[in-house]
Design a binder for this molecule. Structure first.
Ligand code: GTP
Ligand code: SPV
Ligand code: MN
Length: 595
């Protein structure tokens, strides 16, 4: 429904929520749009958004025969990934945000960025998007309202969240929603700010139209703001995939895995098991974010707050991830991929040679000398419900019970293929010190190792010392805490080739994890963790280099001692706030390595 900005009365046809109407009204006074559109989340609305964007050139139609209802969007060349240096946590006290976050005081942030929002929607339409994060009817689901001047964002929110009445019906009180104000502005990185105000549960994002910067339900709400709410309310908001692993008897065991951006969550979540014939199958519950709660029986349970996948395109192929390829064949918005003369999306390692006449992600004729045809952080946006491996329980309002937690990141050296923490506290320590090679999902240098605790460094909305303490406390409240594992699919040999085949073959590691959960599976105690015994992981039929498995399951003591120093450098930033348990585990690891 469309209306003039200052007409609370007309808008109350959509909702009677006075706090929401007031916020939208205040926002309209600030941004001064020509009209307001309240999103209802219907297919008709989505279709009309697509139609408008095809007309104004925001979208390009792809081949409707091979890819029905698929479209391509090209973002600005300087707006292609999350911008961590322009992302802020705005709390009264800097220490609350911690050394892991950029900080501005709320008044300073509002003053500085309020000026940018002033009149920024003049002559344009303001879209009001009420959306639900989590399954309808779940006590764990939460409501957000995003106001944006980007139709691309509005259409993407249709796919990634549950938009419209379903959200409004979930409002328990009139202020029971997370407001998020977004404007693309002039898309200049000089005037780009992604601001979070956890104390008033508010998000302000200006100057970017891309991914996590602009789809405010995702990283801004479901991780940064939600992590703050979770700390207060006793649950956890995590950068995790969730899968169900079905065994030959048909029993399904659920696991959650925290891997940094562009480090394998979507692929693990949609894996086609290489052991399907033996009865091991993976079901997809979520591919990026998990909200974890302790139920009345002391069991950890997970819901996926999202309704779609915003997945990395490059590397996705019928060989590596056929389920993703099937999922993104229809009703999908592609961003920054290349396009063939036949109007089909194309990217590096899609499994076919670049055809003659390929158009690159910027819209120009591509030639080999110009580098990648698709942007390395090019993505697909697709509804989760059309994924062939979607779990029958992905929208279970109670969530699924979690039996194991996996930490995984890209480490070309040092970190074994898999290891099991001694206990919860040791597992939290392993997560807190996780090193990860950076990727193209955020602007900046790719491939440098940084500490990325629980894959949450860019997403924890408060001081990570308090976050580690929260993890430790949650463990104490669980009747049977999930076992914690560290995995690494990304070890490389001297020639820079991956040692482990990865993708569907990762089922071999998941199977060992399942055995460990059941008190079986061969393991030996080492200085760093329990490691699989030589034959504990089935490698039948794999073409591994001689000695590869030994390398993947051994401890490089001097390398780990270096790692211990890196962890220390990271931990000291938190001063006295760092839980003593973390220092204790750190000390114990060093002494075991030195023994
Ligand atoms: P975000 O959406 O940024 O959070 O990323 P993600 O963690 O979901 O990563 P995703 O599964 O999209 O994988 C990112 C890249 O890593 C893709 O190019 C994949 O092809 C590649 N990748 C994923 N799993 C594996 C694996 O097991 N082995 C190897 N070698 N590469 C992998
Ligand atoms: C990530 O970077 O972890 C993503 C993509 O999942 S974005 O939504 O852009 O944050
Ligand atoms: Mn992610």
């Amino acid at each position: 429904m469309r209306s003039k900005p200052e007409s609370i009365k007309e808008q109350s046809a959509v909702t009677e929520n006075i706090d929401l109407l007031r916020w939208v009204d205040d926002t309209a006074r600030l941004t001064k749009p020509a009209s307001i559109h309240w999103c209802d989340g219907t297919q008709g609305e989505y279709d009309s958004f697509i139609h408008q964007m095809l007309k104004d050139g925001t979208l390009v139609e792809l081949n409707q025969k091979s890819h029905p209802n698929c479209y391509l969007h090209r973002s600005r060349a300087n707006d292609v990934a999350r911008t961590e240096s322009l992302t802020f946590i705005c709390t009264r006290d800097k220490e609350t945000a911690g050394p892991n976050n950029n900080w501005m005081s709320p008044p300073a942030a509002k003053e500085r960025v309020g000026k940018l929002f002033d009149g920024c929607m003049r002559g344009r339409t303001m879209y009001v998007i009420p959306y639900l994060m989590g399954p309808p009817g779940s006590p764990y689901s939460k409501v957000g309202v995003e106001v944006t001047d980007s139709l691309y964002v509005a259409a993407s929110m249709h796919i990634m969240t549950r938009v419209g009445n379903v959200a409004l019906q979930h409002l328990r009180t009139s202020h029971d929603f997370v407001p998020g104000l977004h404007s693309t502005g002039d898309l200049s990185p000089d005037r780009r700010f992604i601001l979070h105000f956890p104390e008033e549960k508010l998000i302000w994002s200006f100057g970017s139209g891309y991914g996590g910067n602009a789809l405010l339900g995702k990283k801004c709400f479901a991780l940064r703001i939600a992590s703050c709410l979770a700390l207060r309310e006793g649950w956890m908001a995590e950068h995790m995939l969730v899968i169900g692993l079905e065994d030959p008897s048909g029993q399904v065991t659920y696991m959650a895995g925290a891997f940094p951006s562009a480090s394998g969550k979507t692929n693990l979540a949609m894996m086609v098991s290489a052991m399907q014939d033996e009865g091991y199958k993976v079901w997809t519950v979520g591919d990026d974010i998990a909200w974890l709660h302790i139920d009345a029986d002391g069991q950890l349970r997970a819901i996926n707050p999202e309704a779609g996948f915003f997945g990395v395109a490059p590397g996705t192929s019928f060989a590596t991830n056929p389920i993703a390829m099937e999922t993104i064949r229809r009703n999908t918005i592609y961003t920054n991929v290349a396009v063939t003369p036949a109007g089909e999306p194309w990217w590096e390692e899609i499994g076919s040679e670049p055809p003659e006449g390929l158009i690159d992600w910027k819209g120009s004729q591509w030639s080999k000398v110009e580098g990648k045809a698709a942007h390395p952080n090019s993505r697909f946006t697709a509804p989760a419900g059309q994924c062939p491996s979607i779990s029958p329980r992905w929208e279970d309002p109670r969530g699924v019970p979690i039996s194991a937690i996996l930490w995984g990141s890209r480490r070309s050296t040092l970190v074994p293929l898999v290891m099991q923490a001694f206990d919860w506290q040791h597992g939290v320590f392993l997560g807190s010190g996780m090193g990860a090679e950076t990727t193209a999902a955020a602007t900046g240098t790719v491939g440098v190792v940084r500490r990325d605790p629980m894959a949450m460094l860019p997403f924890c909305g408060y001081n990570m010392a308090d976050y580690f303490a929260h993890w430790l406390k949650i463990g104490q409240q669980l009747k049977r805490p999930p076992l914690i594992f560290r995995v690494n699919w990304f070890r490389k040999d001297q020639n820079g080739n991956f040692v482990w085949p990865g993708y569907g073959e990762n089922i071999r590691v998941l199977r060992w994890i399942l055995e460990r959960i059941r008190g079986a599976g061969g393991a030996r105690e080492t200085a760093i963790a329990y490691l699989p015994t030589p034959n504990a992981i089935n490698t039948e039929g794999l073409a591994l280099a001689p000695g590869a498995m030994e390398d993947l399951t051994s401890v490089d003591r001097s390398g780990w001692l270096n790692g211990v120093k890196e962890m220390e450098k990271f931990y000291v930033q938190f001063g006295d706030r760092l839980p003593s348990e973390i220092w204790n585990e750190h000390r114990k690891l060093r002494s075991r390595l030195e023994a």
